[in-house]
Design a protein around this ligand. Structure first.
Ligand code: PA5
Length: 451
């Protein structure tokens, strides 16, 4: 897919998170100054814990340097997958949301009709799977099964159904050649299966957790199969990483944003973090962010009276659609929220609004306007109302909808999340409550009592 302006950086505007930009509900420079020693400390901690490439505790922040070594292998597998018309990408949570978000963002911008259609299968929903099997000829159908643990039940159950379906028509050997597995390099049922049946497979770096893994084979294999420029995606991540090396918030956007978000919660009682993209293509980015933020930061902090959990509740909305749905409540409910607007600067496709003699009288302001002018006016107007209401807000502007910009955005959010977790003093990499739920579901399927 075309990558129009790989060199351009995200435009990051934090002015309205400060008192100067939004009034009393914003952060005073003195609050940020008081946090400076702590910011230096966590920056140092993160630098230490991310030294060592894929072996580092925070290996997720090194993928832009570590993964290029795997590009050739990923691209060769992707090339084979591209022979098929339909591809089921089975996975859930961190094993799906990143690729799904990037795929939606970039295939909406420049649909490449020569590549297979990707079908992301997450929920165990028979309607979806059944209709896919009814519509698609098995011989033209590939399966990518993605699970770091190699045993997540939603993923495995659907994989077993699709394997059986392929085998009925193609035989065990034929079916095997239409399957790809992405999982832990050494452990788990999927790894064992890949070895036993000689199914093509790629490893998930052991120290990279699900929601941080979109820039490993977890995201890169399906994205490359869909014709997305994975090199540009990682180049974008590298470009953002290069902006985030300083321990001074003024010179490191991820550190500054993490500090401001942390202070908005702890100092200004903001409990909701709303991300509102103004582009359909970025709607699923909101879902990816929601998981990253919630699973990383939604953790109990002992001894924090009244606010036992870290982090703010992530909420996603879509501009301008949700102006006609959520905005009323955002404006008249308590000042317990802050917003992030995502906007796109250059639209590759931008339809002009036709104005005829007949409609000119009713809509004179449409003359010479394109759809991007309208969405941009909606965004700016809503941001102004949100600001006037006193809600702190930040704007991230993508130079274009391309892989480089998406790579920057992903890297930026991963860094913000990790810094914020360190500020709260929690581990942003684990998800103990999710693990508990997974175990209980298996207990139920076994017929065990939950009590
Ligand atoms: O971020 C996470 O760790 C989780 O959301 C996992 O990605 C999700 O539970 C799926 O796990 P797995 O990749 O082991 O199938």
């Amino acid at each position: 897919m075309r990558n129009t302006s790989p060199e351009k950086l995200l435009h990051i505007d934090t002015a309205r998170l400060y008192q100067k930009g939004v009034g009393a509900e914003g952060i005073a420079p003195s609050m940020l100054d008081a946090l400076t020693p702590e910011l230096k400390r966590i920056h140092r901690e993160l630098a230490n814990k991310s030294t060592g490439g894929l072996e580092a505790e925070f290996a997720c922040l090194n993928l832009h340097t570590a993964m290029p070594a795997a590009f050739a292998q990923i691209e060769s597998m992707a090339h084979a997958i591209r022979e098929f018309e339909d591809v089921a990408v089975i996975g859930i949570g961190g094993s799906s949301l990143g690729a799904k978000a990037v795929h939606r963002a970039l295939s909406a911008a420049s649909p490449d009709t020569s590549t297979p259609a990707l079908h992301f299968l997450e929920n165990t929903d028979s309607y979806r799977l059944q209709s896919l099997m009814q519509r698609c000829p098995p011989a033209k159908f590939a399966v990518i099964c993605i699970s770091k643990s190699g045993g997540t039940i939603e993923t495995v159950a659907q994989y077993l159904i699709l394997r059986e379906w392929l085998e009925k028509t193609l035989g065990r050997d034929g079916a095997r050649r239409q399957q790809w597995i992405v999982t832990d390099p050494d452990h788990g049922w999927l790894r064992e299966l890949a070895g036993r049946e000689n199914i093509a497979s790629l490893p998930v770096p052991p120290r990279v957790g699900g929601r941080y893994s979109v820039m490993t084979a977890v995201g890169l294999l399906p994205l490359a199969a869909a014709g997305i420029d994975i090199r540009a995606l990682l180049a974008g991540a590298a470009a953002n990483a290069a902006r985030c090396v300083s321990d001074r918030p003024g010179d490191n956007p991820a550190l500054e944003i993490a500090a401001l978000f942390y202070l908005l919660d702890t100092g200004k009682n903001k409990r909701l973090s709303i991300v509102m993209p103004y582009a359909d293509a970025l709607q699923l980015f909101g879902d990816w962010y929601r998981q990253l933020w919630a699973e990383s930061l939604g953790k109990r902090i002992e001894g924090r009276p009244g606010k036992p959990t870290a982090g703010t509740l992530p909420v996603t909305a879509l501009g301008s659609v949700d102006q006609h749905s959520q905005l009323q409540m955002y404006l008249e409910s308590p000042l317990d929220k802050f917003f992030t607007f995502l906007a796109v600067d250059a639209w590759e496709h931008d339809l002009a609004v036709p104005v005829t003699e007949e409609n000119r009288k009713a809509f004179p302001y449409f003359v010479g306007k394109r759809l991007s002018n309208i969405i941009s006016a909606e965004f700016q107007a809503t941001r102004q109302v949100i600001t006037d209401t006193g809600h702190p807000n930040m704007t991230l502007r993508l130079p274009a909808l391309n892989a480089h910009a998406l790579g920057q955005l992903i890297d930026l959010y991963q860094r913000i999340t990790v810094y914020t977790g360190l500020l709260y003093g929690i581990n942003p990499l684990d998800q103990p409550a999710v693990e508990k739920g997974k175990k209980l579901a298996i207990q139920l399927l076994r017929g065990d009592d939950l009590a």
